[in-house]
Design a protein around this ligand. Structure first.
Ligand SMILES: [Zn+2]
Length: 863
């Protein structure tokens, strides 16, 4: 189906003004289809003109424009032409729609735990017409009046307050004007917890089989919701603009969550069935606060077209971290941002697919869908953090409030926000936006000896101390300090407002903060740093509070200090910045993977931050061990990681309650790295005993993870999988089994998984699970030439199954472990084809770029 272009949207907006829209859905038509009747009342500024309505039905039953029957056969590629429009029009579209299995449109799910069926909608970005006819673009807002007929025993949740009528009929109060991609319903025999806060009715909903888990955590989630409302009501003049706030946890959801006004949908893994770490609870709080921010940024004021997606996502991301850090118990949320979320932005900004935070123009909806990436979220939020630091909170919120006031229930663009912020602050916000929002790429700050010392340093073959003093002592005093070289790949620089800190080594090996100072760095290639403190510090760390979106490189002396004493730096955030720098260096080929692993072995066993343990071990296991280490190096790498897991396990033995989940992280990491017969014997013993001595017990998630590792290594098979499925009959049990079966080291299992991936109609979640199990470096021989065959198979499947599955197959089914020139070549040949869908192409472009980095890392090691 052709994507809606920006030009088409502009023209349709010029012509049309929607007055109101009613949507009537009938969910009692069986397992495959449902009924949909939409009536749209709209004005046309040029009577006699033509336009079109978007509708993607299984069967278009009837369309009537101003009393005139339209020919259903005129529907082509999801567009029904509307000719001879009057000044005021009424359009009725009646259709039979198909349920989806991919999380797009109206998704239907049968819970394997109890056989109950559930449906939910996902209209974003252009799937609204898969459940009701509409003008599918963000700037044709309408008041929606939705009604639903549902089976007996179901609950239906939607955008507004609902009245339940006779005969399973549910009628929702009309919404304020909203974009069509924000209309939502969730229905089924839901489990519900209700509450209220500050006059706003609150609801939490999930499928019945998850009820006990939702109930157990409901107070925590409601507490986050209440605190977030209070925070937003404190900083925004406009109160929450809708009549109620329901949060629905739905199965097989593609994104983290979706900000439908008053009816937010979340992936239901956020209803925890198994033990989780505190960082995972924090992540859930952040998603809750993120979606609430969208009630203002996105729902109250909506971007006019998708090129201003950042007006939704960057703000929601920035505000969520701010709210959670300031108003909930997760005060270290920004450390989580530094340790994990930011790398998503850095990585995205260094790929060929990068784009400005606010692109000048996004041509169509297919392109827009690809921009839901680390740029729009993580980099955008970092840029906003810079902006707030520069303008000050007061001027920032004053501008934001005037923007809300001017555009409430309407649409806006970048220029509107900049104007409001410029007016409130009196600063050159437009100039700032040109530098930060209209460019691509991440800057690097590199510490070098001060210019005046350079010659001397060269002559003396100085040992690279940052101030040029070879003895690391008094010579540095008052001698001009260090020089910061500010660079980027394309030479375009961005101004930076950051801090810098200096540390000295104490007698016990710990580092002691000597000084921290703000640095206001203009967009220039050289900065003199002249007053960091007297004498050479052992460590000079730029961006130590992580205010800037920038890569940092240390001078040699500082790097030596980090190698010896990274774990001895008192500030968790500074350690996060340094782990991030080490990660960058490995990806850029400036640090060999082996040295990174040595840092892990030296400093992680003593680490106390769950944020850091999780992100560092995650990178070491999934990127280094999986892709960067050669097959010859891999066993030693895994052995080292298993050793770190054992160290962490020992350290958390018999200690206080594992409130932050360090022990859980240790167990997960040890399972993932176990390879040797002795390590497998330990895993087998845990399995037999149903837990790890001293805890934790093997709950469903740990059980499946452990079984997966045993399956990969041929130490368990179909019998064990079947037995586990008897114990865990849930949907995640089904996914665990699919993952394990795809991971079995035999050709028959691989053939079956291959067919499931490329020739089936499996749901999005089962596709993801099967993909995750399929490729295992341990099975390279068995997998044979499948890495090459992947590129032949994936193109047709992505065409057949649409963007959601295309994205999953690129993300999880890509043979990333096979980091060879041959795989790069096969991928490039695939990208040269012209029949790739936009979603698959974007996914492959990113994977190939990562693969090239892995190949380079292996070659660097081989040298
Ligand atoms: Zn969002």
């Amino acid at each position: 189906m052709p994507a809606l272009t920006r030009a088409e949207a502009v023209e349709r907006r010029r012509l049309l003004e929607v007055r109101s829209s009613t949507v009537d859905l009938d969910l009692t038509q069986g397992d495959e289809v449902f009924g949909s009747v939409a009536v749209i009342r709209f004005a046309c500024s040029s009577p006699g003109a033509s336009s079109f309505v978007d509708v993607k039905p299984q069967t278009l039953l009837r369309a009537v424009l101003n009393g005139r029957e339209l020919d259903p056969a005129a529907l082509v590629d999801g567009r029904l032409p509307l000719d001879g429009l009057a000044a005021e029009n009424e359009l009725l579209v009646e259709a039979t729609m198909a349920y989806s299995r991919t999380g797009e449109g109206m998704h239907r799910f049968v819970d394997p735990a109890d056989g109950e069926a559930y449906v939910y909608t996902q209209a974003f970005l252009d799937d609204g017409p898969r459940f009701f006819a509409s003008f599918d673009q963000p700037d044709l807002k309408a008041a929606y009046e939705v009604s639903v007929t549902a089976p007996e025993g179901w609950t239906v949740v939607g955008n507004g307050l609902v009245t339940r009528q006779e005969g399973g009929r549910w009628e929702f109060a009309p919404t304020p004007p909203i974009s069509n991609y924000l209309v939502a319903i969730v229905a089924g025999p839901l489990f519900t917890v209700r509450s209220e806060h500050d006059g706003i009715p609150l609801g939490l909903h999930c499928r019945r089989s998850l009820g006990p888990y939702l109930e157990a955590d409901a107070e925590e989630m409601l507490d986050t919701t209440r605190r977030s409302f209070d925070h937003y009501h404190r900083v925004f003049d406009q109160r929450y603009p809708f009549d109620s706030y329901d949060q629905c946890f739905v199965p097989e959801f593609n994104a983290g969550a979706m900000e439908n006004p008053g009816c937010v949908t979340f992936r239901d893994e956020f209803v925890f069935r198994s033990a989780v770490t505190d960082t995972e609870r924090e992540e859930r709080a952040i998603v809750i606060a993120h979606e609430m921010a969208h009630m203002w940024f996105g729902d109250l004021v909506t971007m006019r077209w998708w090129d201003d997606l950042w007006l939704n996502e960057s703000f929601a991301e920035y505000l969520a971290y701010t709210v959670v850090a300031e108003s909930t118990r997760f005060s270290g949320a920004w450390t989580g941002f530094a340790a994990a979320r930011k790398s998503w932005g850095y990585d995205a900004d260094q790929r060929p697919s990068t784009h400005p935070v606010a692109p000048e123009s996004v041509d169509d909806t297919a392109e827009a869908l690809q921009n839901f990436d680390g740029i729009s979220y993580s980099k955008g939020a970092s840029a906003l953090r810079q902006l707030v630091a520069w303008l000050g909170e007061e001027a920032f919120y004053k501008g934001v409030n005037s923007y809300f006031q001017q555009h409430a229930f309407g649409n806006a663009a970048l220029a509107d926000l900049l104007q409001a912020l410029a007016a409130s602050s009196g600063r050159d916000v437009h100039g700032w936006a040109e530098r930060w929002l209209r460019t691509t790429g991440v800057d690097t700050l590199r510490v070098e000896p001060a210019r005046s010392d350079e010659a001397r340093a060269d002559e003396a073959q100085a040992d690279g101390t940052w101030a040029g003093g070879a003895d690391g002592g008094q010579e540095g005093v008052g001698r001009g300090g260090a020089r910061i070289v500010h660079s980027s790949v394309d030479g375009q620089l961005r101004p930076l407002l950051i801090t810098a800190a200096t540390y000295d080594r104490a007698a016990d090996g710990h580092l002691v903060l000597r000084a921290r100072r703000p640095l206001d760095l203009p967009a220039e290639p050289d900065h003199e740093l002249d007053s960091v403190g007297a004498g050479d510090p052992d460590l000079l760390l730029l961006n130590d509070t992580d205010l800037g979106f920038v890569k940092i490189r240390l001078d040699d002396r500082s790097w030596r200090t980090v190698s010896d004493s990274l774990g001895g730096i008192p500030e968790e955030l500074a350690r996060a910045v340094l782990w991030g720098a080490a990660r960058d260096m490995v990806r850029d080929g400036d640090l060999d993977p082996q040295s990174y692993l040595e840092l892990v072995a030296a400093h992680l066993p003593g680490e106390t931050s769950a944020h850091l343990i999780q992100s560092v071990l995650g990178f070491a296991r999934s990127t280094l061990a999986e892709q960067y280490l050669t097959p010859e190096q891999r066993p030693a790498g895994l052995g080292l990681l298993a050793g770190v897991g054992r160290d962490l396990l020992r350290r958390t033995e018999g200690g206080p309650d594992d409130v932050t989940g360090l022990r859980l992280l240790a167990v997960r990491s040890l399972i993932a790295a176990s390879s040797t017969p002795a390590e497998l014997a330990v895993l087998q013993s845990w399995r037999e005993e149903g837990g790890v001595p001293g805890g934790p017990e093997l709950d469903p998630e740990l059980s499946w993870q452990l079984l997966l590792r045993l399956c990969v290594l041929g130490a368990a098979g179909e019998d064990e999988i079947a037995a586990e499925l008897v114990r865990d009959t849930s949907a995640t049990g089904q996914e665990g089994a699919a993952r394990c079966r795809a991971a079995l080291p035999d050709q028959q299992a691989k053939d079956a998984a291959w067919e499931a991936l490329f020739d089936s109609d499996l749901s999005n979640y089962l596709i993801a699970a099967t993909s995750q199990g399929f490729w295992q470096p341990e099975q390279a021989e068995l997998l044979g030439d499948r890495p090459q065959r992947y590129f032949e198979a994936v193109v047709g499947t992505a065409q057949r199954r649409g963007p959601a599955v295309g994205r999953l197959l690129a993300r999880y089914a890509f043979p990333a472990y096979h980091a060879t020139e041959q795989t790069v070549g096969a991928a490039e040949a695939c990208l040269a084809r012209t029949d790739l869908t936009a979603a698959l192409r974007r996914g492959l472009v990113d994977q190939v770029d990562d693969l090239r980095r892995a190949v380079r890392a292996r070659q660097a090691v081989a040298k």
